[in-house]
Design a protein around this ligand. Structure first.
Ligand SMILES: *Cc1c(COP(=O)(O)O)cnc(C)c1O
Length: 465
């Protein structure tokens, strides 16, 4: 498989070329030059375990690695020592739908599914190229800890992670800031997530600095992450759809449009997914888009802080990939649409074009989240986290008895215990190893939202190593 940029300035790149990068050199996003069909092989995967499914999907997108190399990495990633869930990604039937558990990795959120793979792929590639990199990332909560956990002990990788100061849950903050490793630096930025993301973009646009420090990315725009996520949409159909002999609908709590975009890739590959339900919290730019065809990004000061903070986002960084597909992969159109995009110059897509994509959407508010968490617990004795609850709430509008609905569980409730306690009066149980994590010493520096300050921290960590 070869890779191209959504803006036309990169063609014919290899998987190894794009693995360690975020944006393409022209400011666009990396996409495969086409989506391989899996319709012919889907049947043979019924009954396969998760690593086997992952291997079968990943090999379609990875050139330059042998099947044995891919298999070794996949088997080392998707195993019980890394993911404690039954069968790596458990799928349970709860009432009128299914819940797919993506949160049983080391940081209790779905980002581990991709990041654990990415850490191992990075090691492989950096060893082969005899290179080192600095991973510069921005996180609204879960990416940071997942990335840091995946990079601990990897001697060829430094991590500099930006997070919005004071908006993560205490548990999320402790998960990141309690990490004390020579190759990991936490910077808490006085601003919102989009400010962090803008700094990452600014530094990546500085070609000289980027080359000097071998800046790489593990943000949700990293293609390797999207790819790893495609696997569990195939898994969802194999577990739920194949037995029912039917298509499935999948509901995805959405922020940066990374997770649900992987669902779109799976659908384009021929996985029988009828609807992809985009679930937003109060920051519902994407719900507006799927309902009206107008994508009106918001100013960062209009981001609402919610109890599902990993979805508190004003512009969805993966969205350009989807629009590129809707524009029939016309890079010129995509470039002009996204270089002009601003709160007062929306992008518009015709409603009938949107209707054919299978995407539908909805919004869940604080009241909905609380009622959903309380209701699911009362009805089924199952605690779900705030993000999963946004998905659950929106999915309820789209339940159809003929097509099974799969909701994605994107984090465990222990990560957001204050909100869970508000909703149910109960403190969610913590998995072993997480007791008292908030009391551990923290390693973080609070900085203003300025790219130059971040540059100095990158210089310092690389000088020290
Ligand atoms: C990151 C995250 C999301 C949003 O995922 P995107 O890929 O950004 O759409 C939803 N829920 C949780 C718990 C997350 O960590």
């Amino acid at each position: 498989m070869r890779y191209v940029s959504t803006r036309g300035g990169m063609t014919d790149a290899s998987f190894a070329d794009v693995l360690l990068e975020g944006l393409a050199p022209d400011g666009g996003l990396v996409v495969p030059e086409s989506y391989p069909s899996i319709e012919g092989t889907l049947g043979s995967l019924v009954g396969a375990d998760y690593p086997e499914v992952a291997f079968s999907i990943l090999r379609l997108f990875i050139d330059g690695m042998s099947d044995t190399e891919i298999r070794t990495i996949v088997n080392d990633t998707y195993r019980p020592g890394v993911f404690t869930g039954d069968g790596v990604v458990p799928v349970e039937e709860i009432g009128d739908r299914w819940l797919m558990g993506l949160s049983t990795g080391p940081t209790l959120a779905f980002k581990d599914v991709a990041m654990q793979l990415l850490g191992r792929l990075f090691d492989f590639e950096l060893n082969r190229q005899d290179r080192r990199i600095t991973v510069l990332g921005a996180t609204s909560g879960d990416t940071g800890s997942a990335a840091e956990q995946a990079m601990i002990g990897r001697s060829r990788v430094s991590v500099v992670m930006l997070s919005p100061h004071g908006t993560m849950s205490p548990f999320q903050a402790a998960q990141m800031y309690s990490i004390d490793e020579p190759n990991i630096v936490n910077l808490a930025v006085e601003g919102v997530f989009d400010d962090c993301q803008d700094i990452v973009k600014a530094i990546n646009a500085d070609a000289e600095f980027k080359t000097m420090h071998n800046i790489g990315a593990v943000n949700s725009i990293n293609w390797g992450r999207v790819l790893a996520q495609v696997v569990y949409y195939v898994w969802a159909w194999l577990r739920v759809g194949s037995a029912a002999g039917s298509e499935i609908d999948v509901t995805v709590p959405t922020g940066n449009f990374g997770n649900v975009f992987a669902g779109w890739v799976a659908r384009q590959m021929g996985v029988p997914i009828r609807r992809l339900v985009v679930a937003c919290n109060e920051n519902n730019v994407l719900d507006e888009f799927f309902k009206t065809g107008r994508y009106v990004i918001r100013a960062t000061e209009d981001v609402v802080h919610t109890s599902s903070p990993s979805m508190d986002i004003a512009k969805a960084s993966n969205f350009e990939r989807f629009i590129f597909d809707l524009f029939d992969r016309d890079a010129d159109l995509t470039r002009s649409a996204f270089s002009e995009l601003a709160p007062d110059t929306p992008l518009t897509i015709e409603r009938d074009v949107l209707a054919a994509t299978g995407f539908v959407s909805g919004t869940s508010t604080e009241t909905d989240r609380m009622a959903t968490i309380g209701g699911v617990y009362a009805d089924h004795g199952r605690l779900i986290d705030t993000h999963t609850a946004d998905g659950w709430h929106v999915a309820s509008e789209y339940i159809d008895r003929d097509v099974p609905m799969v909701c994605l569980e994107t984090a465990l409730p222990a990560k957001f215990s204050a909100a869970i306690e508000r909703a149910t009066g109960m403190v969610p149980p913590r998995p072993p190893g997480f007791a008292g994590i908030e009391d551990r010493p923290q390693h973080v520096t609070v900085i203003p939202a300025a790219a130059d300050v971040v540059r100095r921290h990158i210089e310092a960590i690389n000088a020290a190593r």
